[in-house]
Write a protein that binds this ligand. Structure first.
Ligand code: 5RP
Ligand code: ZN
Ligand code: CA
Length: 225
């Protein structure tokens, strides 16, 4: 499944990315950000229903000046405390800034979010290629797309869909900006079960992959050659 997941991600198809039975137990839609269209946003909000976020590689986040939200908000009394996230006592959330491209109108429409996300991918690509970039010239915050900053050591440090999706992008050799959205159950309001997410994958011809499969490949010798 891991090879099929890497291949589908490279092709610009959605994959379904489950984390771990001892973590969130959530499945996210995941797609390379430079391939996102308004139709993808629609499918994520209607069939996923979670938060549509764009995960960014740590090297690009640094070059673009994208901080962790908890660092920016540290002075504010309600910022998350160490060990506060119930399913991951060792790490903070990966939230960075919330942005809109400056050419969006409200920022929330399918078209606007697709524009913001593809433009973020473009900035990530240019920053990693050493090109000039001026993130603030193109984006404003607050906005309607949540950016997530992957941990510096990726899966060696943190194992959320933020790092899982960026590790997959690195292994696929694509621009490491991946847009993700949790799948929720319309009836219960809870996370869609793994079985139901696998069923959705079968019905829609999508690859379903688990965090453990990503981790096994990531840790295998020569994975990144
Ligand atoms: C943002 C989230 C999601 O769980 C998303 O999958 C990214 O978070 P993480 O890397 O912690 O899994 O909370 O909607
Ligand atoms: Zn979450
Ligand atoms: Ca998650």
């Amino acid at each position: 499944m891991i090879d099929a997941a890497i291949e589908a991600l490279a092709k610009g198809e959605f994959i379904l990315l489950y984390d771990f039975d001892n973590r969130e137990r959530e499945t996210d839609f995941a797609i390379r950000s430079d391939a996102v269209t308004p139709a993808h946003i629609r499918q994520m909000r209607k069939d996923g229903g979670g938060l549509i976020c764009t995960a960014v590689h740590p090297d690009a986040a640094k070059k673009l000046g994208l901080p962790f939200a908890h660092d920016v908000l540290r002075g504010c009394g309600l910022v998350e405390k160490d060990g506060e996230i119930p399913y991951d006592k060792k790490n903070h959330s990966s939230f960075s800034l919330w942005v809109n491209h400056r050419e969006t109108y409200t920022g929330i429409t399918d078209r606007d979010r697709a524009l913001t996300i593809t433009a973020v991918a473009d900035e990530v690509k240019r920053s990693l290629n050493g090109g000039g970039h001026n993130f603030a010239a193109h984006f404003r915050t607050p906005g309607h797309v949540a950016l997530l900053r992957a941990a510096d050591r990726l899966l060696d440090e943190r194992r959320g869909q933020t790092e899982l999706s960026i590790a997959l992008a690195v292994m696929a050799g694509i621009t490491p900006a991946v847009t993700i959205c949790e799948m929720l159950d319309d009836e219960t309001g809870l996370a869609l079960t793994k079985e139901d997410a696998m069923d959705y994958a079968r019905k829609h011809g999508l690859v379903f992959v688990e965090g453990q499969d990503v981790l096994d490949r990531w840790e295998s010798p020569g994975a990144l050659q």
